[in-house]
Design a protein around this ligand. Structure first.
Ligand code: ZN
Length: 149
């Protein structure tokens, strides 16, 4: 399991200890909760949408290193982007973590590329996509909690 160990180390160092945009956003106009029962990861995602631009994004949550690091990287990658661009990033990220041979644009993904190793650990994919499912729920504004099941 040395690869998983290395994966953890990289992510822990980069994002888990100092998650980006980790706070409650008081003036958010969208919000959603996500839960991954398989691992126990919980996340609340806050958005400030201005027309079709993600003006601000923040999260809070408890869970494993992968779920927290993925959420941190998500906020970093979509802040200031349009909804269309955020969807493009998600599609690239999803391809990356589910298919190691996927042809994805590295410039598009940035730090998210560090999570590519989870493709070898199917149970961890849900940890990595939790923040993204929660983002989609927040954008859709249903107000419901989402789970990865
Ligand atoms: Zn997890």
């Amino acid at each position: 399991m040395s690869n998983l160990h290395e994966l953890y180390q990289e992510i822990l160092l980069e994002h888990n200890n100092k998650p980006r945009n980790y706070r409650k956003m008081e003036d958010a106009n969208r919000q959603a909760d996500g839960y991954n029962p398989l691992c126990g990861d919980q996340i609340t995602l806050y958005l400030k949408l201005e027309d079709d631009v993600i003006a601000d994004v923040a999260f809070q949550g408890v869970g494993c290193a992968i779920s927290r690091a993925s959420a941190s990287m998500l906020t970093q990658s979509i802040k200031g982007e349009t909804l269309a661009k955020a969807e493009e990033i998600f599609n690239g990220f999803h391809a990356l973590i589910t298919d190691p041979d996927a042809d994805v644009d590295n410039d598009l993904l940035g730090d998210l590329e560090m999570l590519s190793g989870v493709s070898a650990f199917p149970t961890r994919i849900k940890c990595a996509v939790l923040a993204w499912h929660t983002l989609n729920a927040a954008i859709e504004g249903t107000g419901d909690s989402v789970t990865t099941e």
